[in-house]
Structure formats: structure tokens, C-alpha cells
Write a protein that binds this ligand. Structure first.
Ligand code: ATP
Length: 238
């Protein structure tokens, strides 16, 4: 579905990611974990085209996408929920969703064809709030709007950058339930998550990032081995 090969990226002329190789298979959910500043969000920005690649390749289903602008990557089925969510706070919930729906309508024959109604079914609280500006929503509600908006782009790969950060435990459970629903539907997911318990619950395997490099790959057995995860937390997550 998605693979990076020897990817190098950063800000201005300063590289932050070095020779990053990751792969997300069709229907797989992959986590990237690492301490603050490890480079996880930089990897997300490089994959979705918000920063240029300095070297290496990013392939979506075998096609290089590293030279494409962000909107073209979205048209290839890569959608992202960035940390901070980046919603149009003064616009209504419905407008935020309809803008994404219009963009998503450019994707023909999408494998996951989420409609406006499907998003409301996934997040029932939205039904009574369609006219409200999203700027007044709680952090958890905004995270759900950001996920709903990304789904309307009809992606087959959804990238979530720190979806649980700053949210109350009850809201985290709701987000986890939505992620599990998307996994059951067979959508590919790339999950950046500081909370290793949430990450492990929501993904099949993981990469550990430190100082801009992938320093460990955890297969599905490692990734659900609690004593190994305790060691990794100690060594890499501080
Ligand atoms: P966090 O969990 O804190 O978001 P992270 O693993 O996502 O951490 P990044 O945000 O990717 O880490 O940061 C990696 C490095 O890139 C850090 O040294 C950071 O200071 C630097 N960096 C991040 N954003 C920028 C930017 N816009 N301009 C310059 N340097 C940046």
C-alpha cells in the first residue's frame, strides 16, 4: 500500500529523517512510536507532501508519489489527520465535512467510499450539531471531525498523528473504537501514537523511531509482548 525507501526529509537544508524505510501493507495497521522530537510528525509531513523529500522514495501501491503536491497524494488515496487537526474553526461542521466531500468526489472507484451519511453514522453526536462552528467543539469532538473529514476524502490509507493526545480517557476509548471499525473494514492505517497501550491495541505491528531513524521493527509477536514493550518504553520513550 505504502512504502518509504531510504527517505530523508527535514526543514530548509537541515535533515531530520535519515534513511527511513517503512511499509504499510493493504489492510494493515502500523504504529510509529518514539519520544518527543524523534521525527514522527516530520515523517507524516513528508509522506503527505507538506515538506519535500530530500532523498529516497515514497511509493503508494508501487507508484512513486514523493514529487506530487499534497492534494495529488490525497487523490491517490492518502489522507492524514494532522496533530492539531487544522479544521476551519469558524465554519460549521457541515461546511467542514462538505468541503472534504467535494474533494473526495474526485476519487473514482475508491475502495472505501465513505459518504456524508456514513460519517454521521460513525460519529452520531454530529447529527445534532451540523450547523455549529467547529471552533466551539471539545477537543475530542474536533478530533472526530478531523477523522470524519479525512474519511470523506475516500482514502485507502489513513494516517493519524497522535489521535489520543490531550483527550479524556472516555474520549480516547471512542476514538479507539472508530479505529477498530476502520481496521475491520480493511482500511490501511498508519498511526503515530505516544501512548504505547493505545498504539498496541490499534495496530498489527510497529516501528520505533529515535533521532530521525527507525531503530527497531516490532513484528506482531513483539508488539504484543508486554515485557518487551516495557523495555522499549524505558529505552526509547523516556
Ligand atoms: P512530537 O511527539 O513532540 O510531535 P515528533 O517525534 O513528532 O515529536 P517532530 O515534530 O517530527 O518529532 O520533530 C523532529 C525534529 O524536527 C525536532 O528536532 C524538531 O525540533 C524539528 N522540527 C519539527 N518541526 C519543525 C519545523 N517546522 N521547523 C524546523 N524544525 C522542526
Amino acid at each position: 500500500m505504502l512504502a518509504t525507501h531510504q527517505l530523508r526529509a527535514g526543514y530548509g537544508s537541515v535533515a531530520v529523517l535519515f534513511d527511513v524505510d517503512i511499509a504499510v501493507g493493504a489492510g494493515e495497521s502500523i504504529a510509529i512510536i518514539g519520544a518527543n522530537g524523534a521525527g514522527k510528525s516530520t515523517l507524516v509531513r513528508a509522506i503527505c507532501g507538506l515538506i519535500p523529500s530530500m532523498a529516497g522514495t515514497i511509493e503508494k501501491e508501487g507508484r512513486p508519489i514523493q514529487s506530487l503536491p499534497p492534494h495529488a497524494r490525497a487523490e491517490h488515496g492518502v489522507a492524514v489527520v494532522l496533530e492539531g487537526r487544522h479544521l476551519f474553526g469558524e465554519l460549521s461542521l457541515e461546511s467542514n465535512l462538505r468541503i472534504a466531500e467535494t474533494q473526495g468526489s474526485k476519487r473514482r472507484n475508491a475502495r472505501f467510499d465513505f459518504s456524508f451519511e456514513d460519517v454521521l453514522d460513525l460519529f452520531p453526536f454530529m447529527r445534532g450539531r451540523l450547523g455549529a462552528p467547529v471552533g466551539v467543539f471539545s477537543g475530542g469532538e474536533q478530533q472526530m471531525v478531523a477523522i470524519g473529514r479525512a474519511l470523506l476524502l475516500k482514502p485507502d490509507l489513513l494516517i493519524l498523528d497522535e489521535p489520543s493526545t490531550g483527550l479524556a480517557p472516555k474520549v480516547v476509548r471512542e476514538i479507539v473504537a472508530v479505529i477498530q471499525t476502520l481496521r475491520q473494514k480493511g482500511m490501511s492505517l498508519l498511526l503515530i501514537e505516544q501512548h504505547i497501550g493505545v498504539a498496541s491495541e490499534c495496530s498489527d505491528r510497529a516501528y520505533v523511531m529515535s533521532l530521525g531513524k527507525i531503530v527497531k521493527e516490532l513484528d506482531s509477536t513483539d508488539w504484543h509482548d508486554q515485557s518487551l514493550l516495557a523495555e522499549i518504553t524505558q529505552a526509547y520513550l523516556g
